[in-house]
Each structure stands twice: as structure tokens, then as C-alpha cells.
Design a protein around this ligand. Structure first.
Ligand code: BG6
Length: 477
């Protein structure tokens, strides 16, 4: 297999892709013969590239083997080519190089193209892969593509139409790294392998579902991108809607990739569309102001370098959604995400119906996705000392340094041709369809922008959203 990495000198390659490939290699999960070709604008030699890859592994891999022969053997597979991505001729040269290697090293004609580049370069690259013949293979070809997949519904459709000229849907692996997180991949099994839970996984037993992805970081060095994207595009359209799909789907037995994706699509098809006039009542838009994070003063969004003082960008979103099918009708799904919040935490809390006993708390199933990984269940017990009913939490923690990282799981699946945990075009399109009215309303600046202090759990309006339905966010379970 030849792994062709566009954007090989970039940040994602350094932090995630090289360490993931290295760990797959150590685990014997790379194909028997492989070659990795890094492409970038800078004029690097193979030697320089290999040193860069080694450094990135030493800084970011969850495991380091001091066994030099293994590391050397791994690095030996890396080659570098400086290319101008818009130059068609460069692709023909690349094809010749790849074919030469395939012949010399008896590598089957299987080619994986990984696009870790600015979104506006994607269609040029895929068109050139096709026209140069790089994509005409005797084995398989696949395309891995990073977010953002479009800026809105129309641009996502245009992008997909362009990609479809060079790759078939089954060859396109759209990364949503939340789908690579072990606890997200575990959701499926958690429900379907536990009949006790499966029996309760519906509107008869669940009152509401709460999904939070809070971050302590601010806009960092990404002002140019983030100020145009906002939390709605950066987190909601992709990661949070994917978490809703993964939570709400009901899997048939013997589920394969296509069935899982079909069930996820069904969830999106039943997601109640938001009309523009409903946005204000169901979506809370926030932006962080000055505050304090972990005891240190933190500036507001408008003071961040590269952000205009007049920006109305959303750094926080909370929303109420409804999945109008037989399983979930009447059960609100609340989502919430923001920068510069109190904690870094992604978790799902399922609140079960109350028993009716006055002093009992509701049963809660909490799925911690990151950085803490675990599952806990809150039950009620009678305290023998005072005879009171009190909540107790039964806990399972999956935290271990040996747990593979999202990118390892995703790359391993892509290498094996398993698309289960990649976003199908239909999921992406339906997600944009749901989000589009919100984008329109934000664009027209028709709804309030609530300022929340850095270091908080977001604006009060987000608490209010749940209060209207008689609920509150479970932050301390
Ligand atoms: C990315 C967003 O997709 O996800 C970032 O672009 C965000 O803004 C990140 O910080 C969060 O990912 P994680 O894995 O740290 O929860």
C-alpha cells in the first residue's frame, strides 16, 4: 500500500498522523509492504522528512520504543516530494515515482490519498489525481479527507459533487475524529451488548439526553478560520450531531458498516428540522468575555489576536433537538459546546425517568468520552445509618495509556477498508441541512449573542433552555 499524504509538513501530520501510523506499525497493523510519500510545498529531502517524522513521534506518540531497528525500519518507509499542488505535471512525476517504488518493493497497487490541506485545495487535488492516472489502480484506491467538509449546505454539496468525479462514495473516508474516540465507538456495544440497557433505550424510560463538549482553550492561533466558522460549524455540524446519531441509533443484530451508517442516517432523517423562526427558542448563541480559567485571568474573545472588536461570532452553542421517531419522540436531546469554559470534557448524560419516590434522584448513565474515559451509573440506595435514600455512583474507568488514540483506530479502519466510523455523505448533507437555518439566522444577527465569562459553563440562557422543560444540566455527577 502506498500512503500519499498531502500536507505532510503540517500540524495535523505531526501531532496525529505520524504517531498513529507508528503505533499501528508497532502493533503489526500496517500492511506487509508499505510506502509513505509526504507531499508539501517546502523543499525537504527524504532525510529531513524522516527526521521530522521521528521528532513528531518522540513528542506526540503515546508509546516510544527505544528499539532503534524498529524505528529505523519504520522511518525507512517515508519519502518526501516537494510539489506545487496546482501543477498537473507534478502529479505525473509523482505517479512515476510511486510506480517505480511499487515495482521495486513489490507493493500492491493499493493507494490511500490523505488530504490534510486547506479546504480550497481539495477539489484541485482530487481532479489532478484523476487526470494524472494516479487514481487508476489495479488494487484499491481510497481518499481520506479532513473537516471542514464545506462551509454551508451549498458549498458542501458542491465539494461532494467535485469529489464524486474522481472517487466513488465507498472510496471516500470523511474523518470526524470524534467517531474515532474509543468511548464513542463503544456506544454501539454499550447498548446492543447489554440487553438491560437496550430495553431502556427509548422514550418510555429516558426523559432527556445531554451532550456536552466543553473546552478550556480559546481561539488559539486559528482566528482566521474560527471567526468565520464559529462553534456551530466547528463543533455542532460535525462532532455533536455525530454524537446524537451514535446515541440515538438502534442497531439491528449483526450490524455491519452499511447498517450502522443507515441507522445513523435514519436518526438524521427523523431529526426535527428547525425553521428560522424557531432558532431563537431552541438555540443559544454565546461568546466568551473576560474571566478566569484555572485561577488565571483570561481575556475575552474580542481581545484575541486577529479578532475584530465588532465580531459577533459564536464561541458557544447550546441547543434543544428532537428525534421524532418511535424510540425518541418527546425526549429532548440537549447539546452544548464552547471555548473557554470551565473544564475540558466531552460527555453524554442519559437521564432516566424518575421513580416517583420523593427523595430518590433520577438514574443517570454518564458516558465520559474525553479526556476522561469511562461509564458510570447513578442508582439510589438506602443509607443504613440514617435510613435515607441516597444516590450512589457505580463507576468504570477506561483510562489507560494503552488505549489507542482516535487517529489510530480511524487509520486502521481506513487501511482495512472499513468505513463504519467515517461520515457518509448523506450524514454530512443532512447535518448541514439541519444547521443551515441557524447559519442564516446568525448571519442576519437576528438572535441574541450572550456573553459568558471565560471559565464558566456558558451563558445563563443555556441553563434556562433546560429549565423550561423542568430539567437542568448534570455537571457534577
Ligand atoms: C476540532 C475543532 O475539530 O475539535 C477544534 O476544530 C476543537 O476547535 C477540537 O478544539 C476538539 O477536539 P477534542 O478531541 O480535543 O475534543
Amino acid at each position: 500500500m502506498t500512503f500519499v499524504l498531502f500536507g505532510a509538513t503540517g500540524d495535523l501530520a505531526k501531532r496525529k498522523i505520524f504517531p498513529a501510523l507508528y503505533n499501528l506499525f508497532l502493533d503489526g497493523k500496517m500492511p506487509d509492504s508499505f510506502s509513505i510519500i509526504g507531499l508539501g510545498r517546502r523543499e525537504w529531502s527524504d532525510q529531513k522528512f524522516q527526521t521530522h517524522v521521528e521528532e513528531s513521534i518522540r513528542s506526540f506518540s503515546r508509546r516510544i520504543m527505544e528499539d532503534n531497528p524498529k524505528m529505523n525500519q519504520f522511518l525507512h518507509a517515508f519519502h518526501y516530494s516537494a510539489v506545487d499542488i496546482t501543477d498537473q505535471q507534478a502529479y505525473t512525476t509523482l505517479l512515476n515515482d510511486i510506480q517505480k517504488q511499487e515495482n521495486e518493493l513489490s507493493i500492491p497497487e493499493n493507494r490511500l490519498f490523505y488530504l490534510s490541506v486547506a479546504p480550497d485545495l481539495v477539489d484541485t487535488i482530487t481532479a489532478n489525481i484523476k487526470s494524472s492516472g494516479l487514481g487508476s489502480v489495479n488494487g484499491w484506491k481510497r481518499l481520506i479527507i479532513e473537516k471542514p467538509f464545506g462551509h454551508d449546505l451549498a458549498s458542501a454539496r458542491t465539494l461532494n459533487a467535485k469529489l464524486s468525479e474522481s472517487f466513488e462514495e465507498k472510496e471516500i473516508y470523511r474523518i470526524d475524529h470524534y467517531l474515532g474516540k474509543p468511548m464513542v465507538q463503544n456506544l454501539e456495544a454499550l447498548v446492543s451488548a447489554n440487553p438491560a440497557l437496550e430495553a431502556l433505550w427509548n422514550r418510555d424510560h429516558i426523559t432527556n439526553v445531554q451532550i456536552t463538549a466543553s473546552e478550556t482553550v480559546g481561539v488559539e492561533e486559528r482566528a482566521g478560520y474560527y471567526d468565520r466558522a464559529g462553534a456551530i460549524r466547528d463543533m455542532v455540524q460535525n462532532h455533536l450531531l455525530q454524537l446524537i446519531m451514535m446515541t440515538a441509533m438502534h442497531l439491528p443484530e449483526d450490524s455491519d458498516a452499511e447498517k450502522v451508517r443507515a441507522e445513523k442516517r435514519k436518526v438524521m432523517e427523523y431529526l426535527r428540522p428547525l425553521q428560522k423562526e424557531d432558532v431563537e427558542a431552541n438555540v443559544i448563541r454565546g461568546q466568551y468575555g473576560p474571566g478566569e480559567i484555572l485561577g488565571a485571568p483570561a481575556g475575552g474573545y474580542l481581545e484575541e489576536p486577529g479578532i475584530e472588536a465588532s465580531s459577533r461570532n459564536d464561541t458557544f452553542i447550546a441547543a434543544r433537538l428532537w428525534v421524532d421517531n418511535d424510540f425518541w419522540a418527546g425526549v429532548p436531546f440537549y447539546i452544548r459546546t464552547g471555548k473557554r469554559m470551565k473544564d475540558k470534557s466531552t460527555r453524554i448524560v442519559i437521564e432516566f425517568k424518575h421513580s416517583g419516590k420523593v427523595d430518590a434522584a433520577p438514574n443517570l448513565l454518564t458516558i465520559d468520552i474525553s479526556p476522561f474515559e469511562g461509564v458510570s451509573f447513578q442508582l439510589n440506595m438506602k443509607n443504613p445509618f440514617n435510613n435515607q435514600i441516597e444516590p450512589v455512583v457505580i463507576d468504570f474507568s477506561a483510562n489507560s495509556k494503552d488505549v489507542p488514540e482516535a487517529y489510530e483506530l480511524l487509520l486502521s479502519d481506513a487501511l482495512r477498508g472499513n468505513p463504519t466510523f467515517f461520515a457518509h455523505w448523506k450524514e454530512v448533507e443532512l447535518s448541514w441541512e439541519w444547521v443551515q437555518p441557524i447559519l442564516d439566522v446568525f448571519e442576519e444577527d437576528k438572535v441574541p449573542l450572550h456573553v459568558y465569562p471565560a471559565g464558566s459553563m456558558g451563558p445563563d440562557a443555556s441553563q434556562q433552555l433546560l429549565k423550561e422543560d423542568g430539567f437542568s444540566w448534570w455537571d457534577h455527577v
